[in-house]
Design a protein around this ligand. Structure first.
Ligand code: ZN
Length: 339
């Protein structure tokens, strides 16, 4: 039974067993009592079944030796912290060949050995804390009424099991900055699931080649335009095919187009001017057919237009300068006024 002597009894209430199972239900666990106060929900729980498997030999026993309680933190409900008081039984092992005489019943999937959190709380915190620092984690976990210290937050993150990837066949190699413009290392990414595999301290050919030699399964390597990586791949994974990655292919294309435009800029500009001039001429010819104007008239019209454009630009330039001067004057007046 729950000891709720520390809780003010007047405000406490409980809910029936069926509702408890519906709200907090965990397979294999029976919730048989509850105390709900303003900011805390205390639940009494025990494991189902009259027997338990010996942790050493695996033989079932129904001989209860003793019991003890564990206090577990569960996910909060309606802003109230939830604590589960779990009754754990100890059984005698009747197997004469077993070295274990007394064992505790296992609590899976409720919690792990020595843990003060339920499994679902641990998983929730792992997803939350992987996104933030341990200090922020301490603050946020307090907001969710499952407060953990910063060191516990770190321990929870470190307990996350790393996924077991299949052997590497396709990787991407690129450089990455420890400090931009100062020191660079090499990042190796699994190109199938887009997850980093390794961070190498430098960009040396030997270092990358050594890493590749340790991974014989690699068949394809995508890389940038660096000749150092190209040589490292030839040396460390000679059978692997080298592929220029999409980013660098697009960059190559862009660089090439920009280079071609720069080279042909003068030709393009002169052709454009000639084309514009011819447009004016044809327009003038069409409009002046009746009046019998000649080619000189068209040229003068074109020059007139160019002059007027230049004149408008100059006017705009002067106007902007006047406004700038006015602005500077007003600023200096304001400063004078301040002092
Ligand atoms: Zn045993």
């Amino acid at each position: 039974m729950i000891d709720y002597t520390s809780q003010p009894k007047d405000n406490n209430f409980s809910i029936n067993k069926h509702s408890l199972q519906a709200v907090f239900g965990i397979p294999g666990v029976v919730f048989y009592d509850s105390v709900i106060s303003d900011n805390l929900i205390l639940l009494s729980a025990r494991l189902k079944g009259k027997t338990a498997k010996c942790t050493c030999c695996g033989k079932r026993s129904k001989s209860v030796h003793s019991s003890y309680t564990r206090k577990l933190t569960d996910l909060s409900v309606t802003g109230r912290a939830v604590k589960i008081i779990l009754k754990v039984r100890k059984f005698r092992c009747r197997n004469s060949r077993c070295s274990q005489t007394v064992f505790s019943e296992q609590h899976l999937p409720l919690t792990q050995k020595y843990s003060r959190l339920t499994d679902r709380t641990s998983h929730y915190l792992q997803r939350l804390l992987i996104e933030v620092s341990s200090r922020k984690g301490e603050y946020i976990s307090d907001l969710f009424s499952i407060k953990q210290s910063s060191s516990t937050c770190l321990r929870i993150v470190k307990s996350i099991e790393m996924p077991d990837y299949q052997e590497l066949t396709t990787i991407g190699i690129d450089d990455w900055a420890y400090r931009k413009g100062k020191s660079y290392g090499t990042i190796i990414v699994n190109a199938i699931n887009h997850r980093p595999v390794e961070l190498l301290k430098g960009r040396d050919k030997e270092e990358v080649a050594d890493w590749l030699k340790e991974h014989n399964s690699i068949l394809y390597v995508t890389r940038d335009r660096s000749s150092s990586y190209s040589n490292a791949i030839k040396s460390g994974a000679s059978k692997a095919s080298q592929i220029a990655d999409r980013f660098h292919l697009v960059k190559n294309l862009g660089d090439h187009i920009a280079h071609e435009i720069r080279m042909e800029y003068k030709t393009i500009k002169s052709s454009w001017l000639a084309h514009r001039k011819s447009l004016y001429k044809s327009k003038e010819n069409n409009s002046c057919l009746s009046s019998g104007d000649n080619e000189n008239t068209s040229d003068s019209q074109y020059n007139k237009h160019t002059n007027s454009v230049n004149h408008r630009k100059q006017e705009l330039f002067n106007r902007i300068h006047e406004l700038k001067k006015k602005q500077q004057l007003s600023k200096s007046n304001c400063q004078c006024f301040k002092y």
